[in-house]
Design a protein around this ligand. Structure first.
Ligand SMILES: [Zn+2]
Length: 390
């Protein structure tokens, strides 16, 4: 498994090694962990004792097996620390309070007056104050993760087309008000991280995390790490030109993939086709479900269009799996079957599986993962979860 450790490693790296091993595998005994990591029993006992004392780990119950009493397993105490996840959107913020596994303890949505940084910061502060009321006694909020549409690097949003932001130090603006650590990332990267930590990506090394919502994005998880790129602008699948004669995109270019096939673009086309300006996503889906040829054709063209562009992504990244989230997931196989067919047609080699994995709180839980990640230090450790010499 490539998990051999080095006995001269630092305490911090050994902690990460143990935590990530338990995150990926569930409860293990000390002897099992020593066997997998290559850490000496003495080192392992030391690390585990430390984490038990901090309440990050808890001991399970020993069980009687065929070979007699089994050693006591230890597991991560996911409820010992909490995170807040905030997904910034036009007009509102989706908010969740989660445990370390990004399991939702409480979720809500708050309205914001506008997309100015000041309004968003005020909304975030209100959200954390509200959610903290739902924290179980004794559990502390260890950090706040913020997901937003934009090019984000080191807590600064260099550009958000949707919000009209340039070089906004959003993480420090929020942290100054809250006095807890704040991490900010593009929403697709947050979704990808959540998938990699606790979702379908957990047992894969190379994954595409595709989201089809207000925009279209696809983050690449390569060797277990979310790929951010040189400027934090990786993953912008939706801004690949699909049709130079196509409609204007929020980025100012014409015919970007997401200008044609984002969820709002599909719904807008359905409104035009039906002459019903009030139609919503559910109306389009309902029409497809009763066999409306125009609705099925619309979703089929969107699926095929996204699949064609996604094939280019696959030819570069070669993922084992594409996990799909975003509001358009509700269109199901009306969207995904044409996408899979086009992918198979245009991929140079074996097309990856395409698996939807989405719930209403997925965006915000992805944001919370930005904060919980810090405990596991998932991206700072190397993808093979090896202990490194310092
Ligand atoms: Zn664009």
């Amino acid at each position: 498994m490539g998990l051999k450790g080095d006995q001269g490693t630092s305490r911090a790296m050994n902690r990460r090694l143990v935590l990530n091993l338990l995150r990926a595998n569930g409860p293990l005994s000390r002897a099992e962990m020593a066997g997998i990591t290559g850490l000496s029993p003495a080192t392992l006992t030391f690390v585990v004792s430390d984490l038990l004392a901090e309440n990050v780990l808890i001991e399970g119950k020993s069980t009687i097996g065929a070979a007699g009493r089994r050693p006591v397993p230890v597991e991560i105490n996911y409820g010992s620390r909490l995170a807040v996840g905030l997904k910034l959107m036009v007009g509102s913020i989706d908010c969740v309070l989660t445990d370390l596994a990004t399991t939702t303890l409480h979720a809500t949505r708050i309205e914001v007056a506008d997309q100015s940084p000041e309004s968003m910061v005020a909304g975030c502060v209100d959200a954390v104050a509200y959610l903290s009321k739902f924290a179980p006694q004794g559990a502390q909020i260890t950090g706040v993760g913020v997901a937003m549409p934009g090019i984000v690097q080191a807590g600064i949003c260099h550009r958000s087309f949707r919000f009209g932001w340039s070089d906004v130090p959003i993480a420090s603006m929020i942290a100054e008000r809250l006095h807890v650590p704040v991490w900010v990332d593009d929403d697709i990267n947050a979704f990808a991280l959540a998938q990699q930590l606790f979702g379908l990506g957990r047992h894969h090394r190379t994954v595409g995390a595709l989201a089809i919502g207000v925009g279209i994005s696809c983050a690449a998880i390569i060797d277990g790490n979310v790929h951010h790129g040189a400027h934090g602008s990786a993953g912008k699948l939706g801004h690949i030109t699909f049709d130079p004669q196509g409609p204007l995109c929020e980025c100012g270019r014409a015919g970007c993939l997401q200008a044609m096939f984002s969820e709002p673009a599909m719904v807008e086309e359905w409104r035009t086709l039906t002459g019903n300006p009030g139609a919503v996503r559910q109306d389009l889906l309902a029409a497809a479900e009763v066999g409306d040829a125009a609705a099925i054709d619309l979703l089929g063209r969107a699926g095929a269009g996204i699949g064609q562009t996604l094939a280019a992504f696959c030819n570069i990244v070669d993922p084992e799996l594409i996990v799909v989230g975003g509001e358009a997931v509700s269109f199901g196989d009306f969207l995904f079957d044409p996408m899979r067919r086009t992918l198979a047609k245009h991929c140079t080699w074996t097309p990856p599986k395409v698996e939807p994995h989405w719930a209403d709180d997925s965006w915000a839980r992805g944001a919370a993962a930005l904060a919980t990640q810090q405990l596991f230090d998932f991206e700072a450790s190397d993808g093979a979860m090896r202990a490194l010499p310092v």
